[in-house]
Design a protein around this ligand. Structure first.
Ligand SMILES: Cc1cc2nc3c(=O)[nH]c(=O)nc-3n(C[C@H](O)[C@H](O)[C@H](O)COP(=O)(O)OP(=O)(O)OC[C@H]3O[C@@H](n4cnc5c(N)ncnc54)[C@H](O)[C@@H]3O)c2cc1C
Length: 407
């Protein structure tokens, strides 16, 4: 633990900025490896209508940081993923189902409502961390030896390492002088949940049509699922304006009888689909994680899983520095973090971008290629297993906190 000579200013090993899911997980992970951490960010208040499908590594991390025992009862297993090509294309592909058992797994992962995930992590952070400051960072001054964070309320905070988990408009990213590449898809996503008459049988369904996809993801109630409806921004705006009954009918029509009659739909929120990558993941005593570092379209449940891998990898890099009694914000630590994360972030960003563009394309050769791929996946179990593994595992070694605990 680092202490400043001056008794009045406490010098933290790390200041995590942002109490979203990645910031909370990062603060708990850094605390787990022995760093002296302060978490700074307003507590969760907005009701998030989204859920997060979290893969095995993310669940192992939640176990390690002491959150899973409280989340398990709110988490639904994803035992299979069914892809339905409902396009009008003559070249459309067959129904394809990926089963977790084909990989020897009980489930691909678990689906957890975001509000429950963030509230639970925040409660755990308040228990486990010595310092949680429920306010915004207003300004950040990065010096040679440390960074000073000016807060909206209260005294400034000093830390060796700043963890920028402050989302899309990251102040930390800007203060560290990190530029971004951004792009748009002219698409939005509507997120809600709904109740249906047929049980979901722990199966997530992806229904692809021209210009959009509808994905249902099981919730713990066998007759309830989360929904992500992706489509042109104008179409999503119309769906957002519909009253509950009209929306229920729109959804029922769109799902075409899959999951049976829809009895109820929950609160709706929409998200503009965009892409962003930071020019570097770390520099100037600042490491970026989660959406401060990369934004992906919500296809294939990759975004938060990627952000949690950032958090767990950063904890490995800081743990190694602390073992050497080194500065956790040094260029050496930041270089190690950049090196461990580069390939995973690059391959997910490119992969999800290509997938999104192919799903949204009405260009006939692309539709034909998509149909062919689905035929191939249906007919060839080894190819299907390879694609499942690609979706589930990063191209690099999993960070320590994401490896299953050895009993
Ligand atoms: C419709 C939809 C569905 C999705 N489904 C999935 C899924 O199934 N699986 C998956 O893995 N991912 C999914 N994602 C992606 C996932 O939701 C995001 O990756 C995740 O929410 C990003 O979390 P974050 O903590 O990085 O950012 P955020 O959740 O944006 O948190 C940022 C935090 O920083 C705080 N903050 C901002 N500025 C400051 C400041 N100056 N000082 C202090 N605090 C500050 C904010 O208050 C906020 O709490 C989905 C995304 C969408 C849009």
């Amino acid at each position: 633990m680092s202490r400043a000579k001056d008794e009045e200013v406490h010098l933290y090993d790390a200041a995590v900025v942002g109490a979203g899911p990645t910031g909370l997980a990062a603060a708990l992970a850094l605390n787990y490896v022995g760093a002296d951490v302060v978490l700074i960010g307003p507590p969760p208040e907005r009701r998030d209508t989204r859920s997060a499908a979290l893969l095995a590594g993310s669940i192992d991390m939640l176990k390690a940081i002491g959150a899973w025992s409280r989340l398990a009862e709110h988490a639904a297993p994803l035992r299979a993923i069914r892809i339905v090509d409902a396009s009008q294309s003559l070249l459309k592909g067959p129904d394809t189902t990926f089963e977790a058992t084909e990989l020897g797994l009980e489930a691909f992962g678990y689906n957890i409502p975001n509000t429950i995930l963030v509230d639970t992590l925040y409660a755990r952070a308040k228990e486990a961390l010595s310092a949680v400051v429920a306010t915004n960072v207003r300004n950040l001054a990065i010096g040679e030896q440390l960074a000073t964070l000016e807060l909206s309320e209260g005294s400034p905070v000093a830390a060796r390492l700043v963890v920028g988990a402050d989302g899309r408009q990251s102040l930390c990213r800007e203060a560290a002088g990190i530029s971004t590449s951004k792009w748009r898809y002219e698409q939005s996503a509507l997120a809600t949940d709904f109740c249906h008459v047929f049980p979901h049988d722990d199966i997530s369904i992806e229904l692809h049509r021209e210009a959009g996809s509808v994905t249902t993801v099981p919730l713990p109630d066998p007759h309830a699922s989360s929904l992500i409806w992706v489509g042109p921004t104008a179409e999503i705006a119309t769906l957002m304006r519909q009253d509950a009954e009209t929306f229920r009918e729109s959804l029922q029509e769109r799902l075409g009888g899959l999951l049976g009659r829809i009895s109820e739909t929950g609160a709706r929120a929409n998200f503009l689909i965009a892409g962003l990558t930071a020019a570097t993941l770390a520099t100037n005593r600042t490491a970026l994680i989660g959406e401060a570092a990369h934004i992906l379209p919500p296809i294939g449940a990759q975004g938060l899983n990627l952000g949690l891998r950032d958090a767990a990898s950063l904890a490995d890099c800081v743990a190694a520095a602390l073992r050497r009694h080194d500065d956790p914000g040094s260029e050496e630590v930041l270089a190690a973090y950049r090196a461990t994360r580069h390939l995973d972030v690059l391959t997910r960003t490119v992969g999800v971008d290509l997938l999104s563009r192919s799903l949204l394309s009405s260009f006939v050769p692309i539709q034909a290629a998509r149909g062919l791929v689905l035929h191939g996946l249906n007919a060839l179990p080894p190819l299907r297993r390879m694609v499942m593994r690609l979706g589930l595992t990063p191209p690099t070694e999993l960070p320590s906190l994401m490896r299953p605990a050895v009993n």
